[in-house]
Write a protein that binds this ligand. Sequence first.
Ligand code: HEM
Length: 150
Amino acid sequence: MSTLFAFLHHLCAFTLVGALAAEFILIGQVQGEALSLGVAKRLTITDAVLGVAAGLLFVVGLLRVFFFEKGAEYYFHSHAFMTKLSVFIAVSVLSVAPTLEFMSWRKALKAGQAPVVEPKKLRFIKMIIHGELAAVVIILLCAAIMARGG
Ligand code: HEM
């Protein structure tokens, strides 16, 4: 079971990072208000994959904490784990903003129209996605430390 959940954890984590990288590249292609229909559709799909991967990662991660690894007592006394969990939760909350924006495009996309995004909002979304990528680096560092007794 420990191996299965370690595999599922890595599968979800790699999917999350892959989706985030794709989102980073797609949003980088948007300049000003010129958002194409194709890019907008791909962004909504990528964000849905990201959301599912993050949700599963959280559930699988908690199951590992409580049942399949060193035990909750160990992890909740590990600074590295607490940092990893806090960064993960903070980033998940921040990621609600881009998700709500992408969801608001659905009506336009269904009508076959490219959504219009204010440049200010676009800059904000880009900033959050950049922040999410930076957070993944911190989370990976914490994961390596906590697995080795830190
Ligand atoms: C973006 C999010 C995450 C990434 C990229 C990530 C990545 C990783 C990696 C690479 C490892 C293996 C560490 C090693 O053996 O060197 C690991 C282990 C682990 N992760 Fe995560 N993780 C994430 C989120 C979470 C969350 C949210 C939880 C808990 C709620 C969690 C709980 C664990 C546990 C319990 C281990 C096992 C550590 C050990 O062997 O003692 N992870 N994670």
